[in-house]
Design a protein around this ligand. Structure first.
Ligand SMILES: Cc1cc2nc3c(=O)[nH]c(=O)nc-3n(C[C@H](O)[C@H](O)[C@H](O)COP(=O)(O)OP(=O)(O)OC[C@H]3O[C@@H](n4cnc5c(N)ncnc54)[C@H](O)[C@@H]3O)c2cc1C
Length: 478
């Protein structure tokens, strides 16, 4: 906490000092920053797009009760609250100071909401504080013989609270659903500072409106999630990926169709187009065959026997016209394939020094149309485009590869990225299938049905009448 010289202090200095004093009383002085000294608290993964904010203060409550007291203080003072998890978001939702709040935002960091949680193996249930990283949670579940299906690529750094707030997905969401499908209960602080429990330990409940569902994917606009109760599954014995590459897109799209018709529900059904494949060629297990222009990856998961049978069926389905099919059997071979897949995004960045990626989604049967339209867009705008993603769910990480240090190229890339949103929309898809709307796609939401937007705004107004929870994110400007 800093002392303020009353003769030279600006109104901002005085506001920061008052916040530090009041919040310090709630959480302890050591857990308040006013001004914010830890610069990471002012950004998220959109930093690569140049998003970086400012804030009145940052506060790190150590319990749900302290979180509630902080939000009550903010509601009384009219200070906008920007909840923060691991800061891995791709939509700018946790970047303070970029919405209507200006520099007056309070960053509410959930990194002290940690602890062992509770796992009840016989009920396939786990309850975890919001600040536990997804990787840690996955590990703890596995140690108890249980499994948490969603596997976002950021698992080492993102928090389960952030996963719920964004309704995160990942490759395995094709079979296992996004995070919402795994949540039976939440503890959350609403905009007036009230601490509530929604849902609970029972795997199913229809006694209220689906308030758990409402908070999943709410991106901090309806309250702060402090604890999450998950309906888990028994840990699988084996996860067997199958990876095939093709000389052209048509063969790859056919393979996807054969996989869908195989009768097996793969946990993941992924694709990479030629650009992404070339960018990630250096780490392709065993070396990328000459002429490879499309890749399909499917995963079977279950007991040793079931995973083997399903992997056989998937391999047969995607082998026709393949240049090469990889069937890993050992743990290290499996890990090598997933390491390669998880590294695709960074490989694409490395190719040109930067990228602008959208996480658009189309109906799965329109994936080929989306890829063709994205190619045409790239040609028309003179930018290099590529896509990869979760074919089963129709999610494309539609990307413009760009040199970040070239302002002209960056402008053209930004325009082209907006065009990708139009493509998804025109094909009956959605602006975001994974990362959310946050700040970066908020203006694009004005094209949604006005009736739907009005209903959404009515929910926001009912639960947050003062509009203090992450204002200017997710919902379009009034
Ligand atoms: C390398 C990489 C790979 C990724 N892969 C995937 C992927 O496969 N699938 C996917 O879906 N996403 C992916 N993401 C995006 C990101 O990791 C997810 O959106 C993740 O769920 C964000 O969690 P977080 O804890 O980092 O949240 P943050 O970035 O801190 O916040 C995200 C949003 O949630 C809100 N929020 C955070 N915590 C809370 C809380 N406790 N209560 C209320 N609101 C809260 C914030 O205000 C913000 O609006 C990836 C990101 C990176 C950098």
């Amino acid at each position: 906490m800093s002392d303020v010289d009353t003769t030279t202090a600006t109104p901002d200095d005085r506001a920061a000092a008052a916040a530090a004093r009041d919040l310090g009383r709630i959480v302890g002085e050591a857990h308040v920053q006013a001004p914010v000294t830890q610069s990471e608290l002012l950004q998220d993964a959109t930093e690569t797009r140049g998003l970086r904010g400012s804030a009145l203060a940052a506060v790190h409550p150590g319990s749900a009760e302290e979180t509630a007291a902080v939000v009550r203080w903010a509601a009384e003072q009219g200070v906008p609250v920007v909840p923060r998890g691991g800061g891995t978001g791709y939509s700018g939702g946790a970047v303070p100071g970029m919405g209507p709040e200006g520099a007056n935002a309070l960053v509410l960091a959930t990194d002290r909401l940690t602890g062992p949680g509770e796992i009840v193996p016989e009920a396939w249930r786990g309850t975890f504080p919001a600040g536990v990283t997804t990787h840690d949670l996955q590990r703890r579940c596995l140690e108890a013989g249980l499994f948490f299906g969603p596997n976002p690529g950021s698992a080492e750094a993102c928090f389960i609270g952030g996963n719920v707030a964004t309704n995160a997905g990942g490759p395995r969401s094709f079979r296992h659903g996004s995070v919402r499908a795994w949540v039976s209960g939440l503890e959350a602080v609403l905009a007036d500072g009230q601490l509530v429990r929604l849902g609970g330990n029972a795997r199913k409940s229809v006694e209220t409106l689906d308030l758990v569902g409402l908070l999943c994917g709410s991106e901090g606009t309806l309250g702060v999630i402090t604890e999450v109760t998950l309906r888990l599954q028994p840990a699988p014995e084996a996860a067997l990926p199958v990876l095939a590459v093709y000389a052209d897109r048509e063969a790859g799209l056919n393979a996807l169709a054969y996989a869908m018709a195989s009768g097996v529900v793969p946990t993941a059904l992924e694709f990479l187009d030629g650009g992404a494949l070339r960018a990630a060629a250096a780490t392709f297990p065993g070396g990328l065959p000459d002429g490879a222009a499309f890749a399909v990856m499917a995963e079977a998961l279950g007991t040793e026997e079931i995973a083997r049978i399903e992997a056989d069926a998937l391999a047969e389905a995607i082998s026709e016209d393949a240049l090469r099919v990889l069937r890993p059997t050992t743990r290290s071979e499996v890990d090598e394939i997933w390491r390669w897949r998880d590294g695709v995004s960074l490989s694409v960045v490395a190719a040109r020094g930067g990228k602008l990626s959208e996480d658009v989604v189309v109906p799965a049967d329109r994936l080929g149309d989306a890829l063709s339209a994205i190619d045409r867009l790239g040609e028309e705008r003179g930018v290099e485009v590529t896509s990869w993603g979760h074919a089963g769910d129709g999610i494309l990480h539609a990307t413009v590869m760009v040199d970040r240090d070239d302002p002209e190229a960056l402008r053209a890339a930004t325009d082209a990225a907006h065009g990708m949103l139009d493509i998804a929309f025109d094909l009956g898809g959605a602006l975001s299938g994974e990362h959310g709307i946050g700040l970066v796609k908020r203006d694009a939401t004005t094209r949604l049905d006005p009736g739907v937007l009005a209903a959404q705004q009515a929910v926001k107004d009912a639960l947050d009448p003062k509009g203090i929870m992450n204002p200017g994110r997710k919902l379009p400007p009034r």
